[in-house]
Design a protein. Structure first.
Length: 230
């Protein structure tokens, strides 16, 4: 994707809610596609959107050797260097939304350190069909994260890297690199790149209409105007 196209898509989806994008998909006859299953939920109430960057992980398929704690420390370093790697992290660009298929494994593949590291590189949020750990710190750091559950477990002996920049299935939706991902308290929705402009057009129309209608209600009720109606 060219930098011009990335910037165009990011501008088109700025400020759009998941509900607006869902409406935009419906206006393009995509009623049964795009919305991730309701069990993919936000770690905390926030909003994020971006361009999908994908990674896939699989359950670990090798043996865990019997080791002393000292030997385990050395084996752990080998595991992170050779088995459960994060090669996609070096590719992160400003505006990416990281989509991780971790095969549902109960392991904290992402946590407070690498989660924040991705944000430093330009990631705007994460979504996984598995879990994360250090969730208290992720909330404190305001790292936008949508997942199925929190985990206590480290990667070693549980999960291994498989591929990056490939189609992945998360929350019942196939996500391709370059698709647009929008997430908030209503969940996560994915817009195929090829129809992203048309979807944004109708999503924006729905949002604008909603703002006008709700602003009238605010005024009638004497409520102070906020950013959602301005």
């Amino acid at each position: 994707m060219s930098s011009d196209e990335r910037q165009e898509l990011l501008e088109l989806y700025q400020g759009l809610r998941v509900a607006d994008v869902r409406d935009g998909m419906d206006w393009n006859m995509m009623h049964h596609y795009g919305s991730m299953s309701p069990d993919i939920r936000p770690l905390f109430r926030t909003r994020a959107y971006g361009i999908a960057r994908t990674a896939r992980y699989l359950p670990f398929q090798g043996p865990v050797p019997k080791l002393t704690p000292e030997e385990y420390t050395e084996w752990s370093g080998w595991y992170y260097g050779q088995v459960c790697t994060y090669p996609w992290m070096d590719d992160v660009e400003e505006g990416d939304f990281i989509v991780i298929d971790q095969s549902g494994v109960d392991v904290g593949l992402m946590g407070s350190s690498n989660g924040l590291g991705g944000i430093k590189r330009g990631a705007r949020g994460y979504v996984s069909n598995g879990s994360a750990r250090d969730t208290d710190e992720l909330i404190l750091q305001q790292v936008p994260f949508w997942f199925k559950f929190a985990s206590q477990k480290m990667d070693q002996g549980r999960i291994q890297f498989d591929a990056k920049d490939v189609p992945v299935a998360v929350g019942g939706v196939v996500v391709y690199p370059g698709d647009v991902v929008v997430a908030d308290g209503d969940g996560v929705i994915v817009v195929p790149r090829k129809i992203a402009r048309e979807v944004a057009k109708y999503a924006r129309r729905e949002l604008d209409h909603d703002k006008v209608d709700r602003r009238k209600l605010y005024e009638e009720l004497g409520m102070p105007l906020d950013e959602t109606v301005l």
